[in-house]
Design a binder for this molecule. Sequence first.
Ligand SMILES: [Zn+2]
Length: 379
Amino acid sequence: VDAKAAGLLRELVAIPSMNPYRTGTLEAGFGEERLARHVAACLEAAGLRVELSEVLAGRPNVVATLGGEADVAPLLFVAHLDTVPVEGMTIAPFEARVKGGRLHGRGACDNKGSMAAMMAALRRVAAGGTNPGPIVFAATADEESGFRGIQKLVADGVRARAAFVGEPTGLAIIIAHRGVVRWSVATSGTSAHSSHPEQGVNAIYRMAPLVGELERLAGDIAARPAHPLVGPPTLSVGTIHGGHSVNTVPDGCAIEVDRRFLPGDSPDDAEREVRALVERHPGATLERFLTAPAFEIAPDASVVGMARDAVAAVAGEARTVGVAYGTEAPHLHNAGIPAVVLGPGDGAQAHSADEFIDLAQLEAAARVYEHLMTQPVRS
Ligand SMILES: [Zn+2]
């Protein structure tokens, strides 16, 4: 193995670790275990103390610790192990081909780039003994689907004085993002032959006015005050399914609704508003299937200052931004660990058909992480 981030990244991309989502089946290429064992072996060889913590069957987190002299809580570095699937990709997903200064493959950008940069920094720091305080590195399972890896890390009692979550931010420092809550909404009816619709109750007719009301609500929500970094709250109806055949009155119809809320806003308040609308319609039901917290940290928090200093030292200029997508940061932040999100790669490349990462930026990220790991401990 190679202490350069690019060499490490080639190894990581060559080991598929696709999230199985709600199927739970770990067929070839799905699940994080093989990658987790590889990461664990690399870091053990570099002299770190490594443990696997099972999140779901065959889907562990890796937690690696490097001791330091100072008697302080560790700095925590986090990168997720799982990727999205490879359907529709236009390149070989696991060959990790390098061309024109870019490394291509599933996960090259989201999120094995951040992971390789963190691991390269850890190897250099471990070899040089240049870290004043302890460092914990966590490679987490299940970020793309349910955030269960980071939740397990928190439940396992991880401690840190500051955390850096790797995601493809283009080395910008994310200090805020929106949260999301999703529901399925269903209406029911009674099926009948379509030649006698009066003998049935049409579930699609019951759903249609509800969809119209949600569209109006979406307009109201988007007009509410925007957050300076992450924009306005939103609501969107994303799917609709109903009926079995054109000659049958449909007995069921279901939609899925996505609601993005601002830092400081509550997903429960958002749910109360949508539930009140849904419950005005006879026979309509609402069920939440996902909640992901919003995130915001003060721009003058010490973890933000550390990140700014490190990026400025390596890249000359540090930017703090807000983004629309969710990350693992609020799970740490809400557990009392101040966190920012910072990593190599262009977010537009995440989940893309020809996913790649710029190798110069990958190496810059490794130097940013190394800088963070080697700074004197401030009391
Ligand atoms: Zn990611």
